[in-house]
Design a protein around this ligand. Sequence first.
Ligand code: KG4
Ligand code: ZN
Length: 344
Amino acid sequence: MTQSLPLVLGIETSCDETAVGIVSGRKLLANVIASSVNEHERFGGVVPEIASRAHLEAVWPAIARATNEAKVSLDDLDAIAVTAGPGLVGALLVGVSAANGLALALDKPLYGVNHLASHVAVDLLTHDKTVGPAIALLVSGGHSSILKLDSLAGSYEQLGRTLDDAAGEAFDKIARLLGLGFPGGPLIDSEAKSGRAEIDFPRGMTAAKDQADHRFDFSFSGLKTAVSRYVKATPEYQRANVAASFQEAVVDVLTMKSIDACKESGIETLLIGGGVAANSRLREMAEDRAAKAGLELRIPPASLCTDNGAMVAALGAELLRQGVKPSDLGIAVDSSASVSVVSF
Ligand code: KG4
Ligand code: ZN
């Protein structure tokens, strides 16, 4: 093994993507993603049992495809990394069992890692800079948080989180209400392009009274209710305008609070990750506001924003490079893992 360029395979099964990535240090060699998203479409959201069954069918073929794509054999690997939490318990179990089996059979170190820290670690694959200190806004269908970290393998603090729906979940529910389909984020994003954000929907958790306890928290339930009421009360509503106005309300709060977190903590780098980071208006507004605030903004390409195995492999490679002790074989999953635990 070249200590500076460990070859690591990462497995991610915390939600509906069965994903396997392979990295050599900071270089991406393979990024295989088999999503069960279509199987959840008619339910309008991810159904845990369906996700677990799909992972079971997809995980070993995805591992084989990834090693083929990277042109490496399993024996070449220096370590296996896997998402151990947070996420759906049955879904996590499939990935963790596969990783435990591989590590045992190949006699390689195993790193059970935190899903949220992996979203941050993907930044390693896009340039040569160090990661941290930073504020990270992680927004997806399953989580929405503002984190403060000093370094990738160092200490993480959750400054804020959603009190109800995740941001992506709000996109999915409003898309369903507007008859756009699932997953809703990309559909609302494209519908909004032909609309005007002229309806003044509420910005959750931004009132003066929320500043003391919820300055960096999110809430999308009031917005959801407001959109639903507007649609019912306005039979002639313009779908594109509702989509644009809803999107504007979400993106306004996400960018405002994460930039406020940078200012409050004196941190000059803002990272954005998770599926919602693919949103074109979020990217535009974050760029604009970060530039005005004199902050460095880092958002990975869309293929690395959504859940993937490369981010897990990247974090595993960094932990190995830093000499962090591997996990014990037979690690359990922790579906509600705190972000303060980077590896298990
Ligand atoms: O990170 P991800 O692939 O999986 C997890 O949920 O963990 O994120 C999927 C979420 C879905 O809710 C989807 O609607 C949302 O990300 N999403 C978007 C966009 N693309 C995906 N939301 C807003 N705008 C987008 N362009
Ligand atoms: Zn995620």
